[in-house]
Design a protein around this ligand. Structure first.
Ligand code: NDP
Ligand code: 2IT
Length: 442
């Protein structure tokens, strides 16, 4: 049954290995749920779940600073709206193609379900590369992107946000264009600026949420984060704020990376310097050496996982930890891995961690704090109110605890105690499946 659906997905979506990978993991995890619930089989819940409700692909023409015309491709996948409006980020990166957006949109369905908030799953983006572009080029691109996207989204329909390559600056330019065309000031995007409808904590949320989830894992493991050595890959939004929370709690973050290479600073990373480089100056991480000449820089990203650490936080991109890297981490005594990026560990790496009893927090549970806080931004926009930092942070913490509890209990219920991969998939899926069943064949 499950195998048949997976085979169909591979056949009908050729050349999209990331999407196949995401589907396979979820479907294999939920197979026992279908045995318990024959009504899901009869209603063809899985067959419907793997087919996006709507896929939008569009041309994004824009002009560079030299006056030359450029063309990129834009995507929005409205994957599943069983439990709420489509919700999920936009990724701007040259590697973006339909298979990446589908994998991210598919994951988003279950992640959003786990948050306890009413949000369906969606994702979008473009193969546009913001790197090396001027502010005005980024603005013109964002405006052109939104001139088309605005036809499909809305505060009760589909609410995009950021992801790789899309932060506060891009959300600002896109929001401005949406408002101009639609003539409405609504919560159609999240991750907005604090002066115009954004939520406190949204910037920090994915990283902070990741560590709140990690703390729950460590409680059961009987370990403390205080004094632990941490490696956090990436040096973007997720990695920076995960590292910040780790440092606040007394851990030592010794390594971070960007797509060119990684830095190792045995004294602990100076986050102020990383923020200045990546958030303000938009420079390469290599330049960290100018701030801390005693740190080390190495070209290439993979070797970051050969650094000895207690806790590994893959916070950059998909499939960044393969089996070889997992083996190296285990050999060096890692005791916990929590995924801030989406699908950063290959299936073989995950199996390796589980086999070797490494406490493993899967992405769709561990990194759900970002979208959860986006959900809280939507709530505040609907109320036309802004909550304090402490209020949002406390809510985020409660949500991450709930996600951990749901994942842990589902794993136990289905006879796989401690396997949060299976637990998160089952818990996220169950709510969506029940809702799809209740809403009939749509
Ligand atoms: P950012 O664009 O802020 O940062 C991405 C970081 O990862 C950068 O350091 C970047 O390096 C590095 N990176 C990107 N692509 C690659 C690659 N192909 N190989 C190696 N390194 C790479 O993005 P975020 O921090 O927001 O996103 C990081 C991950 O977290 C993604 O998987 C995203 O989907 C996920 N995520 C993000 C959430 C959010 O709220 N932002 C929520 C949940 C998950 P460089 O600077 O060289 O490009
Ligand atoms: O992968 C993700 O969950 C995000 N990029 C955040 C999505 C959101 O809508 O805040």
């Amino acid at each position: 049954m499950v195998k048949g659906v997976i085979d169909q997905v591979v056949k009908r979506n050729p050349g999209e290995p990331e999407f196949h990978q995401a589907v396979k993991e979820v479907l294999e995890s939920v197979a026992p749920v279908l045995e318990k619930h024959p009504e899901y089989k009869e209603a063809k819940i899985l067959d419907r779940l793997v087919e996006p409700e709507r896929q939008i692909i569009f041309r994004v023409p824009w002009q560079d600073d030299k006056g030359e015309f450029r063309v990129n491709r834009g995507f929005r996948i409205e994957f599943n709206s069983a439990i709420g409006p489509y919700k999920g980020g936009l990724r701007f990166h040259p590697s973006v193609y339909i298979g990446i957006i589908k994998f991210l949109g598919f994951e988003q369905i279950f992640k959003n379900s786990l948050t306890t908030l009413p949000m369906g799953g969606g994702k979008g983006g473009s193969d546009f590369d913001p790197k090396g572009k001027s502010d005005s080029e980024v603005m013109r691109f964002c405006q052109s992107f939104m001139a088309e996207l605005c036809k499909y989204i809305g505060p009760d329909t589909d609410v995009p946000a950021g992801d790789i390559g899309v932060g506060g600056r891009e959300i600002g330019y896109m929001y401005g264009m949406y408002k101009k065309i639609r003539n409405e000031f609504t919560g159609v995007l999240t991750g907005k600026g604090l002066d115009w409808g954004g939520s406190l904590v949204r910037t920090e949320a994915t990283g902070y949420g990741l560590i709140y989830f990690l703390l729950e894992m460590l409680k059961d493991l009987g370990k403390s984060i205080k004094g632990a050595t941490v490696v956090s890959s990436g040096s973007g939004n997720v990695s920076i704020y995960a590292a910040q929370k780790c440092q606040e709690l007394g851990a030592k973050v010794v390594a971070m990376s960007d797509s060119n290479g990684y830095i190792y600073d045995k004294d602990g990373i100076d986050l102020k310097a990383v923020k200045q480089l990546k958030e303000v100056e938009r420079k390469r991480l290599k330049e960290y050496l100018k701030h801390k000449p005693n740190a080390k820089y190495e070209d290439g990203c993979n070797n970051i996982w050969s650094i000895k650490c207690d806790i590994a936080l893959p916070n950059a991109t998909q499939n960044e930890i393969d089996e070889k890297s997992a083996a190296k981490l285990v050999e060096n005594g890692v005791w916990a891995v929590a995924e801030g990026a989406n699908m950063p560990s290959t299936p073989e790496a995950i199996q390796f961690f589980l086999k070797n009893k490494v406490c493993f927090g899967p992405a769709k549970a561990a990194n759900a704090g970002g979208v959860a806080t986006s959900g809280l931004e939507m709530t505040q926009n609907s109320q036309r109110l802004s909550w304090t930092f402490e209020e949002v942070d406390a809510y985020l913490n409660r949500i991450m605890k709930s996600i951990y509890k749901q994942s842990k209990e589902a794993a136990e219920e289905y006879g796989q105690p401690g396997n949060l991969v299976v637990g998160a998939n089952i818990a996220g899926f169950s709510k969506v499946a029940r809702s799809m069943l209740a809403q009939g064949l749509v």
